[in-house]
Write a protein that binds this ligand. Structure first.
Ligand code: HEM
Ligand SMILES: *[C@@H]1O[C@H](CO)[C@@H](O)[C@H](O)[C@H]1NC(C)=O
Ligand SMILES: *[C@@H]1O[C@H](CO)[C@@H](O)[C@H](O)[C@H]1NC(C)=O
Length: 341
C-alpha cells in the first residue's frame, strides 16, 4: 500500500493540473489560418531553396536532420511556432537557448542561418523564420527516409522570447508519462500525437545526461529481465557514457541504435524490447499508466505505414500551434537570431 499512495498522490495532482491547463489554454483563438500557397506569388521558389539547403546539410551529416526537427518542436511548444527559439540574448531580450531543456543541447542554428541567407537574397523580407523552420523540418524527415506532407504557411516571427515558457512547456526525459501527456494536451495535441511525434527519436542523439540510469543499475542486464540489451550494446553504452558524475555527460549516443540515421519505426520496436534510451520514451510502453500509449506503440511497431501517416498529420498539428501575439505584433525577421531594428 505504501508505494501505491506515494505514486498515486502526485498522479492525482498531475490530473488536476491537466484539467486546469486544458480549460485555461487560449492558444489559437482567432488566428488567421495557415495556407499552402502563402508564398506562391511573393516567393515561388521557397520550397526549392529550403530543400536544396537541407539536402546539403543532411548529406554532410545525417544528424543535421534531427537537429532541425527538434528545433522546430522546441520552437512550437514555446509561444507557438514563431521562431522564438532562434533568438539570441541581447541587452533588451532574453532568448530561450539557455533554458534547461535547450542549453548544451539544441543545435542546428547555423543551418537555419544558411537557409535564411539564401531566402533573403532570393526574396528579401518575405519568408518568416518560423515558416522556414517548418519547411526545413519536413524536408529533413524526407531526406532520412521519412514521409512527405504538405506544409501550411503564413507564420510570423515573434519579437519576444520566453525562457520561462521554455522551462515550463518543454517535456524532459525525467518527467513522468502523465506530466508529458499534459504538456501535449496543453498545446492542443492528443496522446496519439504525443506517441507519434516521439517517433522523431528514430533519428538523432541524446547526451549521456539524459540516458536512463539502467545502464549501470543492472536493469538492462541479461539476468535482470525478459528483455535485456545485448551485451555488446550495453558495453557500447557504458564506454560512451562513463559512470563518473559529470565527465562524459555531453557525450552522445543514438536513441535508435538499430538504425540511427534512418527515419523508420524501429524506435517503437526497441521500446517493445525495453531498449528505449530515454526513460520518458520507455514509459510510453512500460509505465503503469501507459496502457493507451502502450497500445499505440505496439501499433506503430507493427505498422510503419500507420506510423508515417500519423506522424505527418501530427507534424501539421504541431506546426499549427500559433498565438495571436505573433500575428498581431510579429514580423518577418531579416536575421533569424535577432528581431528587426
Ligand atoms: C515526448 C516528449 C519528449 C521528450 C521528453 C524529449 C526529450 C528529448 C531529449 C532528452 C533529447 C536528447 C537531448 C540531449 O540529450 O541533448 C531529445 C532529442 C531529440 N528529440 Fe525529443 N523529446 C520529446 C519529444 C520530441 C518531439 C515531439 C520531437 C519532434 C517531433 C523530438 C525530436 C527530437 C530529436 C530529433 C532529437 C535528437 C536531436 C539531436 O540529435 O541532437 N522530440 N528529445
Ligand atoms: C489550425 O488551427 C486553426 C485555428 O488557428 C484551426 O481552425 C485549424 O483547424 C487547425 N488545423 C489543423 C490541421 O489542426
Ligand atoms: C566520453 O567523454 C569522456 C570525457 O569527456 C571521454 O574521455 C571519452 O572518450 C568519451 N567517450 C566517447 C565514446 O566519446
Amino acid at each position: 500500500m505504501a508505494p501505491f499512495s506515494l505514486c498515486f498522490r502526485p498522479f492525482v495532482m498531475q490530473l488536476l493540473l491537466l484539467v486546469f491547463v486544458v480549460l485555461s489554454t487560449g492558444l489559437c483563438a482567432g488566428d488567421p489560418p495557415l495556407t499552402l500557397d502563402y508564398y506562391e506569388s511573393a516567393c515561388p521558389t521557397v520550397f526549392e531553396i529550403v530543400k536544396k539547403e537541407m539536402e546539403c546539410a543532411v548529406l554532410s551529416d545525417p544528424r543535421n536532420a534531427a537537429l532541425v526537427v527538434r528545433l522546430h518542436f522546441h520552437d512550437c511548444f514555446v509561444q507557438g511556432c514563431d521562431g522564438s527559439v532562434l533568438l539570441e540574448d541581447t541587452i533588451t531580450l532574453t532568448g530561450e537557448k539557455k533554458a534547461s531543456p535547450n542549453i548544451h543541447s539544441l543545435k542546428g542554428f547555423r543551418i537555419v542561418d544558411r537557409i535564411k541567407n539564401k531566402l533573403e537574397s532570393e526574396c528579401p523580407g518575405i519568408v518568416s523564420c518560423a515558416d522556414l523552420l517548418t519547411i526545413a523540418a519536413r524536408d529533413a524527415v524526407i531526406l532520412v527516409g521519412g514521409p512527405y506532407w504538405d506544409v501550411p504557411l503564413g507564420r510570423k516571427d515573434s519579437i519576444t522570447a520566453s525562457p520561462e515558457l521554455a522551462e515550463a512547456n518543454l517535456p524532459t526525459a525525467n518527467e513522468g508519462l502523465s506530466t508529458i501527456i499534459s504538456k501535449f494536451l496543453y498545446q492542443g495535441l492528443s496522446v496519439t500525437d504525443m506517441v507519434a511525434l516521439s517517433g522523431a527519436h528514430t533519428i538523432g542523439m541524446a547526451r549521456c545526461e539524459n540516458v536512463r540510469e539502467g545502464i549501470y543499475s543492472g536493469e538492462f542486464e541479461a539476468t535482470s529481465g525478459i528483455n535485456p540489451l545485448s551485451e555488446s550494446h550495453l558495453n557500447n553504452l557504458r564506454s560512451t557514457c562513463p559512470p563518473v558524475g559529470g565527465v562524459g555527460n555531453n557525450n552522445v549516443t543514438a536513441m535508435d541504435y538499430a538504425t540511427p540515421e534512418i527515419f523508420d519505426n524501429s524506435f517503437y520496436r526497441l521500446l517493445l524490447k525495453g531498449e528505449g534510451l530515454l526513460n520518458s520514451d520507455q514509459e510510453m510502453y512500460s509505465s503503469l499508466f501507459g496502457i493507451e500509449t502502450g497500445e499505440i506503440v505496439k501499433k506503430y511497431a507493427a505498422d510503419p505505414v500507420a506510423f508515417f501517416e500519423q506522424f505527418s498529420e501530427s507534424m501539421v498539428k504541431l506546426g499549427n500551434i500559433t498565438n495571436d501575439e505573433s500575428f498581431e505584433n510579429g514580423e518577418v525577421r531579416k536575421n533569424c537570431r535577432f528581431v528587426n531594428t
